[in-house]
Design a protein around this ligand. Structure first.
Ligand code: NAD
Length: 478
């Protein structure tokens, strides 16, 4: 009894400090690790153990009776010696945001594994109400919560009772936390909801952000922020007045490849950047969808997908454009483009003579890339704005050779990273990295591009001095 209790006391004395697995096993000594593990487990559960009666945690077999020489029958019927259950050395920091460090087995020749995830216990995560159960919510956001460490879905808002019932069952959301649009304001009385995520057609963002702010919950709103500068300003003002945070869901600013390119650009990896080419295009087929109705979508390809070319250029460079020149086209007679543009091609002048040339299209095969051209090399990100599958290539000269390198880094779930960043801002009371002001600036620039395309001349923008002036502090992106 005394040996086990001494060990248990030693473990408990270290509670709140770092206890390595190696130290732990050393303390436990030969043959006692299993009984101490059981004692520790019981201590974690708030139970006292008497040491002598300790059993293995999984089987309930007395520790002393485990016999390493017994055999085990595999699924294929083969008899193999039973393995002894041991835990190899691991460093187990007690702080919630420090990853457990497992025993190393790979050499430095291969890329390092990312740190083990550090999810918060579910009861400490920020609860989200998802408003709108369409493509983005069902295909990406709800599944992404599975990769979140600080965020969980707790409520749903939809106009379809059937969809609400099915999705609530799938994701373990209480029937009492399912709301119609008419009942949206009742989110105010749901203490499990700390954040509202607006995933509705663009024209509805302003109304639902402003009403949402009045519930006292923090607001994450999909891009584009709204359909006009005026709406964006009202949304920012409403959230300020209600003292709630507002973030625009610019997922690519939380995506590791785009962040790496940003760091290379800002670090002059291949000298000064001279110009950027950006393209985001896809193919539409349903003229009745809200994306093809001006009143709901605000515009066509530009605010929906061209926005990524605009936002990434501002993110990479950190500066703001001073002048834009746009060219717009819609094929006459095509029912898809009666109200919104099919094509927008535009140039943006940035400080120091940097030029961005961008194009977006609603009637060509999926193509989403940008290339940053610098003095001594270029960086090309294919699938730059896609949900996944980014491919980064760089090119530069070394002596007589032109080297093209493909760089592979760990991917993340951008939606999970974006939601967890917002949750962290709520938990730690910090401003978001992509606040309402970031969405407002994109809207200002888009309005100037439309004006230029309509009038057939360049349009100047008010000069903005400084770097990253519309962004909040750097997010922690794992
Ligand atoms: P969607 O059409 O698939 O879903 C929209 C939802 O809104 C549906 O559930 C629909 O029933 C509901 N809705 C409520 N009122 C409506 C109305 N009057 N007309 C039409 N639908 C109505 O759209 P989506 O692709 O999920 O896009 C939703 C928002 O998310 C848009 O703002 C879009 O720009 C944005 N989005 C962002 C990304 C991203 O990568 N961040 C990707 C796709 C969409």
């Amino acid at each position: 009894m005394s040996v086990t209790n001494d060990l248990l006391n030693t473990v408990l004395r270290h509670a709140g400090q770092e206890v390595s697995r190696k130290e732990f096993l050393n303390l436990a000594g030969r043959g006692l690790a299993a009984s101490v593990a059981a004692g520790t487990l019981a201590a974690c559960q708030g139970k006292a153990t008497s040491g002598a009666a300790a059993t293995t945690p999984t089987t309930g077999t007395p520790a002393a009776q485990v016999d390493a020489s017994t055999t085990y029958t595999t699924a294929g019927g083969q008899q193999v010696p039973s393995s002894e259950a041991v835990s190899p050395p691991a460093k187990v920091p007690m702080a919630a945001d420090k990853p457990i460090e497992l025993e190393v087995w790979k050499s430095d020749v291969d890329p390092k594994s990312p740190p083990t995830p550090t999810p918060l216990p579910p009861e400490h995560r920020v609860g989200y109400a998802l408003v709108g159960l369409g493509h983005l919510t069902l295909e990406e956001l709800l599944p992404a919560f599975g990769a979140c460490k600080k965020s969980k879905p707790v409520a749903l808002v939809s106009g379809s009772p059937e969809k609400l019932a099915k999705v609530a069952k799938q994701y373990g959301i209480k029937p009492t936390s399912c709301y119609s649009y008419a009942d949206y304001d009742k989110l105010k009385d749901n203490p499990e909801v700390q954040a509202i995520y607006i995933v509705l057609p663009n024209s509805m963002h302003a109304e639902y952000v402003i009403r949402g702010a009045k519930t006292g919950k923090h607001i994450l709103c999909e891009k584009p922020m709204a359909n006009s500068v005026r709406e964006c300003e009202l949304m920012i003002a409403a959230c300020k007045e209600a003292k709630v945070k507002l973030m625009i869901a610019y997922r690519i600013q939380y995506e590791p490849y785009n962040r790496l390119v940003r760091d290379m650009v800002r670090g002059d990896k291949f000298g000064k950047v001279k110009y950027i080419q950006a393209q985001n295009s896809q193919s539409s087929a349903n003229p009745n969808h809200w994306r093809h109705k001006k009143a709901l979508a605000g515009g066509g390809a530009l605010p929906d997908i061209g926005l990524y070319c605009l936002n990434i250029s501002r993110f990479l460079l950190g500066t703001e454009p001073t002048e834009v020149f746009g060219y717009m086209h819609s094929t006459p007679g095509n029912p898809l483009f009666q109200e919104v543009e099919e094509l927008m091609s535009w140039q943006m002048r940035f400080p120091n003579g940097v030029l961005v040339s961008a194009i977006t299209h609603y009637d060509t095969h999926d193509s989403r890339f940008y290339r940053v051209n610098a003095e001594r090399g270029w960086l090309h990100l294919d699938n730059g704005y896609a949900y996944r599958g980014q491919q980064l290539t760089t090119s530069h000269a070394e002596g007589p050779a032109k080297l093209q390198n493909q760089i592979t880094i760990g991917a993340n779930n951008q939606f999970a990273a974006e939601m967890d960043h917002f949750s962290e801002c709520i938990l730690e009371n910090k401003p978001p990295h992509t606040p309402g002001e970031e969405g407002l600036q994109d809207q200002r620039i888009m309005e100037a591009i439309y004006q230029s395309a309509r009038e057939g001349r360049p349009v100047k923008l008010p000069p903005v001095s400084g770097t990253d002036v519309f962004r909040g502090p750097e997010p922690k992106v794992g």
